[in-house]
Every structure is written in C-alpha cells, then in structure tokens.
Design a protein around this ligand. Structure first.
Ligand code: HEM
Length: 454
C-alpha cells in the first residue's frame, strides 16, 4: 500500500539499510540527532513509512548513535502482556516523575495495587462514587463559558480535563487554580535535562511535586475522617487489594500524581481533536447534535452511555486517527524471537500503539474518518482495536473515565452550541496541520475554533 508520506521523508527512509544483529537499522538518520526530529513530528506517518520500507522490526537512531528497537504488528502487541517483558525500568528512568506507581510495577506488586485501584475506575465505580456526575458538572460549567470568537479549544480542554481529575480527587473548586499551577510546574520534569539550577525546569518540577504530594497527603488524612465525601479518592480509600488490605498513603500519593499525569493531556487532546473534526464536518456535527438534543442530560452511567452511540463512535474514531500516545515501551526479561529475529534479554523495545489504528487489515480504508465503522456492533471493541490505550496488565486504568468524559464533552458541546444557536467552524487561516508528538499527539495550539450562527 502506498502511504501518504512526504517525498523527502520517503526518499530518506528508502536508502539502503545497514544491519545490527540481523535486524535493519532504519536509514536516513540525521547527524547527532538520528531519527528523533521525525519521531517527534508526525511520528505515525514516520513509523508507518519506516515499516513499509524495512519491515515491522527495526532499529531507529536516537540522539548520538544510540539505537532503539521498534516492533510492530501482533508480536509487538503481544509484548505488552509482560509475560517476557517488564515495565520496571520506568522507575529508574523517571524516579521523580513516575516513581514507584502502577506504571512502573510488575507482577504481584502491580497486581495488588491494580486490584485495589480498579474498582473506582470501572463504569459502575465511576457512577457510584459520583465521579461521572462531577465530571459532567465540570464539563457543563466550562462549556457555558466558551467564547464565540476564535479560541484554542486545546487550551480549554486542557484546563477542563485537569479540573475533572482534581475534582474527582476531592479537591475543592476554590483550590483548583493552585493545583493547576503546581501541576504545571511539576510537568516541567518531562524536560530531559535534570540539572538543579534554582528556578530552572527541574528545580521547579521538584518543588511542584513536593507541593502536590504534601497536599495529596493532607487530602487523604482529611478524607479518611469523612463519610459524606464523593468522588474517586473516597472510593480509593474504601478499596481493598486481594489480601483485603487498604491502599497505603505512600501508594495513594504516588498514584494520584500518576492519575493526574496520565489522565489529563490524553483526554484533553482527544476532546480538542473531536471539536476540530466537528468544525470541519457539518454532516457529523448534525448527527451529533440530533443525538445530544434527544438525551435528557449528559450521560453519567453505563445505561446513559447507551443513548450516545454516535458520540461514542466519534470518541473511538478520533482516538484511532489521533491517538494521544504514539508508543509505549517494554524491556525484554528473557531472550526473545520477534518477527523471526533473535532479540537478547535486556533490550528495550518500543511498541507503537498508535499505529494499529492505521492497519487496513483491522480497519478497512484506514485513512477515512468514518465513525459508522464503530456503530451497530454487538460485541465490544477487541483488544487490538483499543490499542491506543495499551494492552496487557498495564492497559489504561482510565479507559472508562476517558470514554465517559469524552462522550460527555461531545454531548455537552453539541447541546451548549444548539442552545446558543451556534455551530463550530475552524477560524480562517488556522486549519490544523498534521499531528505532532511533543510528547503527546495534540492538535496545534494555533488551531482556532470559532462559533458561528448555525
Ligand atoms: C484518551 C485518553 C487516554 C489514553 C489514550 C491513554 C493511554 C494509556 C496507555 C497507552 C497506557 C498504557 C501504558 C503502557 O502500557 O505502557 C495507559 C496507562 C494508564 N493510564 Fe491512560 N490513557 C488515557 C486516559 C487516562 C485517564 C483519564 C486516566 C485517569 C485515571 C488514565 C490513567 C492511566 C494509568 C493510571 C495508567 C497506568 C496503568 C497501569 O500501569 O496499570 N489514563 N494509558
């Protein structure tokens, strides 16, 4: 299949490959920076063209001359199950940022933490804790304040998604600005250079993390004494692992931090892309508006969600074509055979979870944005169809929350604009270009939406 790859990139990647351990090294690397600039830009096109040129298993060049193994297809997806791979390397790679949380644990320690944490994030758990109601409240309040002149929908959804996470953790509305500010400081830790210069990014990140951790601890202590509290933190305090043990405070703090990190930019990006697609497709906008206006309110339970098959299909189709995370990684815990090639124990393997949505064997005519491919099904999506959320034991804990909040957002957006007699349009001169991953696959900040008479 011929891909829609820019000619210059195709020419680079079609140069003759060299080999390491019998596996091709992707050609076309730039001096010093290797393939990093291609991988941070439109990474999905880059990875698909790379596989088209050299096959589904290849070495990619990082900064310097370091190489990184990429494995696509079924064998790559299989690695996510962590039978012959591990995620524990994350603890060493990101001790301050992720630390000892769900994402960096494996085996029994991961299982018991995950058992305790899963209940509040199931569809029932989200409804019974009141988290879905809190999320609907945040979404409706934010949408009511949308201006009609050109604005960045991403900036709006980033704020809204973080507010949802903090509200379901039991943080009072009056404290959201302070939490937002310190969280923004904390995420400066994603900056690769870790030098402690006062007021430098790393220093500010550490200071932000300390503030968040201290406030999360206080929140936990206060919540333990309350019986009237709604939301996910209250549900997590009541949760037990398979030994009947409650979550330790240190685990709660580290994982609340992880939930804020993992559950905010991702959902924000999907909501923003969804609005951008609707602004470009009046046919989809009409369909969504009809469904949204027929519902009595924003959905808050699994039963309510059944009334929103089109909004759900939009959520899935946006995720397929604009996945927030392009890839995840695992470390081999034993010698492996991948696509017939030997890969030694200890090798880091990148699994591009964002690429599966473009596989024509899974999604016919994959380039076409077509929500109807998700509708009228009797079975839930298969594991490979939900690959943007990962797979195996680390499959996204927030899958049902993301599904609920994006359907709420789509429905709320349509209802709010219908109430004001408006429809969304891309502001002249700001049409979205391709996806860029830095590190999330967000729409460009300069893409502006405007709301015009319907
Ligand atoms: C569209 C939105 C989202 C996408 C695409 C997404 C994607 C992912 C992916 C790919 C992973 C697996 C990483 C790996 O296997 O290495 C993951 C894990 C995780 N996600 Fe999400 N996520 C989303 C929303 C959320 C939300 C709303 C939350 C909030 C609860 C969340 C919390 C987590 C957590 C805690 C993990 C780690 C699970 C574990 O290690 O057991 N995510 N997510």
């Amino acid at each position: 299949m011929q891909l829609n790859t820019p000619n210059a990139l195709r020419e680079r990647l079609s140069r003759p490959a060299t080999y390491k351990d019998g596996i091709p090294i992707l050609p076309g690397a730039l001096p010093l920076v290797g393939h990093v600039p291609f991988n941070l830009g439109d990474t999905l096109t880059f990875l698909r063209e790379a596989a088209h040129q050299v096959g589904p298993l290849f070495w990619m060049r990082n900064l310097g001359s370091e190489t990184q193994l990429v494995c696509m297809g079924e064998p790559g997806f299989e690695l996510l199950k962590n039978r012959v791979t591990s995620s524990e390397f994350i603890r060493e790679q990101a001790p301050d940022f992720i630390g000892d949380a769900l994402l960096s644990r494996d085996g029994a320690p991961h299982r018991s933490l995950r058992t305790a944490m899963s209940g509040p994030f199931t569809p029932r758990g989200l409804t019974s804790s009141g988290a879905s109601a809190l999320s609907a409240e945040v979404i409706e309040a934010s949408l009511a304040k949308l201006p009609s002149g050109p604005f960045s929908l991403l900036a709006e959804t980033q704020r809204l998604a973080l507010d949802i996470i903090f509200r379901i953790m039991g943080i009072d509305r009056s404290e959201l600005d302070a939490f937002n500010h310190h969280y923004r400081e904390f995420v400066l830790g994603a900056f690769p250079v870790k030098i402690t210069v006062p007021f430098g990014p790393y220093w500010r990140s550490v200071r932000g993390r300390r503030w968040l951790d201290e406030r999360f601890s206080r929140l936990i202590v206060a919540a333990r004494g309350r019986t009237d509290m709604k939301g996910t933190l209250a549900a997590l305090l009541a949760a037990r692992d398979e030994q009947g043990q409650e979550l330790k405070e240190v685990d709660l703090v580290q994982n609340l931090r992880l939930v804020a990190l993992a559950g905010h930019e991702t959902s924000a990006s999907v909501m923003a892309w969804l609005g951008i697609v609707l602004a470009q497709r009046p046919d989809l906008w009409r369909q969504l508006r009809e469904e949204a206006e027929a519902a009595p309110a924003l959905p808050q339970s699994p039963e309510d969600l059944k009334r929103h098959p089109f909004a759900e299909a939009m959520f899935r189709e946006v995720l397929r074509l604009y996945p927030p995370l392009s890839a995840t990684a695992r470390q081999a815990t034993e010698d492996l055979t991948l696509h017939g090639k030997h890969v030694p124990k200890g090798t880091m393997v990148t699994v591009p979870v964002g690429v599966y949505g473009f596989d024509p064997a899974i999604f016919p005519d994959p380039e076409r944005f077509d929500p109807s491919r998700w509708m009228g099904r009797r079975l839930p999506p298969s594991a490979i169809e939900t690959a943007p959320f990962g797979g195996g034991p680390h499959f996204c804990l927030g899958y049902h929350l993301a599904w609920m909040e994006v359907v709420q957002f789509a429905t709320g957006f349509a209802r709010e604009l219908a109430r004001r007699g408006l429809r969304p349009r891309i502001a002249p001169g700001s049409a979205p270009a391709k996806l860029r991953y830095l590190p999330f696959g967000q729409p460009p900040k300069k893409t502006r939406i405007e709301l015009v008479p319907a």
